[in-house]
Design a protein. Structure first.
Length: 219
């Protein structure tokens, strides 16, 4: 069975139905879809190329990956659309860097014992529906087993781990950023002037943080 967030497009639900996939709509707190069977839950976040691009610019990507890792042992982040659909608001380097950042959280998960988020790029919504169909089949048949993860660190430690992905930001500076702004979302949306108010963050590093989380080159 696949649970689909009630804000997802009807066209995708109809396509899944035509493939013989059982779908139930409900409001999901995290993720756009959730493939469930008994105690197994696998989340799927759907993003168009343009939405993925926007989430890099406004910093939502960091929060969404963080929330998926906290809530589910295994999640897939699917970016849908051909490369030539970019609007060039960010460089291709930043785009690929965003996908790599998500992939690196899977590596970090082995040490932190947090959930794994796997990035996938698909050409079309049809391919996305086929992925959901096959994922549902594997979960329902018991071929994909997801075991409950052991949580050893507090939520704040997850936020620190995410912030240390920014070049030049270690654990101590990540802690100071969180103390100042309160959340990852607030950090990635902070202005250069506000970032410079954090102890140990100078003008150069403030600019590096500001442009990095927006997928832009440092000026």
């Amino acid at each position: 069975m696949i649970l689909a967030d009630d804000r997802e497009p009807e066209r995708i639900i109809q396509t899944l139905g035509s493939m013989g996939v059982e779908v139930e709509r409900k409001r999901l707190e995290v993720g756009d879809y959730c493939v469930v069977n008994a105690s197994v839950e696998v989340a799927v976040e759907r993003k168009s190329v343009n939405d993925f691009e926007s989430s890099i610019i406004d910093g939502r990507l960091f929060d969404q990956v963080h929330r998926l890792r906290r809530r589910y042992p295994l999640s897939f982040l699917c970016v849908i659309g051909p490369f030539n659909s970019w609007k060039e608001r960010i460089s291709k380097d930043a785009y690929i860097g965003g996908i790599l950042s998500v992939a690196l959280t899977a590596f970090e998960a082995f040490e932190s014992l947090k959930g794994i988020v796997v990035p996938l790029r698909l050409e079309s919504e049809e391919e996305f529906c086929l992925l959901l169909k096959n994922l549902d089949r594997k979960v329902s048949s018991g071929k994909l087993k997801v075991y409950p993860r052991i949580i050893r660190k507090a939520e704040v430690d997850d936020s620190i781990a995410m912030l240390t992905a920014i070049p030049g930001i270690g654990v101590e500076k990540a802690k100071k950023l969180l103390e100042k702004f309160g959340s990852i979302h607030a950090v990635v949306n902070a202005s250069i002037a506000d970032l410079k108010k954090v102890e140990g963050i100078g003008d150069k590093q403030a600019r590096r943080i500001y442009y990095f989380v927006r997928g832009l080159r440092v000026k």
